[in-house]
Design a protein around this ligand. Structure first.
Ligand SMILES: [Zn+2]
Length: 201
């Protein structure tokens, strides 16, 4: 998957949000796939240390399992978004199954934001969901889930591709644990040194 999906191709994917406020020096941090006890509390600590707000695209199944961590996300004034109940890949299931999975997640996640797992969503699934949700993609994916990437490699991608209004994806998942916890503090320091501010979506 491209670290930065080409601007010129984005409109072909339909009405999706890839980036916000390209005129201002803002970074939108997002964390996918949690909440999980192994990672999410540590991410919350890092964000709190820097006093910044982010957006967590939660998997309904995990919110069901760890309601207290989900409550912590909200009590720290972060935003949350729906990331389906079972982390479904849109291309692999029918529209009906996809929508009912999103609906199931919505029983746990009160949000008008939706991010399709793997960025994979069919035209008809997207059309249906857009009645109720803003669909959030990303401007920069850190690939923190790839354990063969080093902190340095991820940081150099962040430095190369960050720009005004970038929506940046990290993962509060067990797979990404080492990368996200190592990279996030360094990346925040670097963005701050470049004059970026942080907002939730
Ligand atoms: Zn995901």
């Amino acid at each position: 998957m491209n670290i930065q999906f080409p601007d010129i191709l984005r409109p072909l994917m339909g009405k999706l949000t890839w980036r916000r406020n390209p005129a201002s020096k803002v970074i939108y941090l997002t964390f996918d796939d949690g909440p999980v006890p192994e990672v999410t509390p540590f991410v919350l600590d890092i964000l709190k240390e820097h006093n910044l707000k982010a957006t967590f695209f939660c998997v309904g199944e995990n919110v069901n399992k760890y309601p207290e961590i989900y409550a912590d996300i909200l009590s720290h004034e972060h935003k949350t978004g729906n990331h389906t109940f079972h982390h479904l890949k849109g291309y692999s299931v029918s529209k009906e199954e996809y929508l009912s999975n999103v609906k199931m997640a919505a029983e746990y996640i009160d949000s008008k934001l939706f991010r399709p797992p793997y960025g994979r969503i069919t035209f008809s699934q997207r059309r249906a969901l857009q009645r109720d949700y803003e669909i959030i993609m990303w401007d920069l994916i850190t690939r923190d889930y790839n354990r063969t990437l080093t902190t340095d490699q991820i940081m150099s991608n962040i430095k190369r591709f960050s720009r005004n209004g970038s929506i940046v994806v990290f993962h509060d998942s067990v797979k990404a644990k080492n990368n996200v916890l190592n990279v996030l503090p360094l990346a925040i320091e670097w963005w701050k040194s470049e004059g970026y501010e942080f907002e939730s979506l």
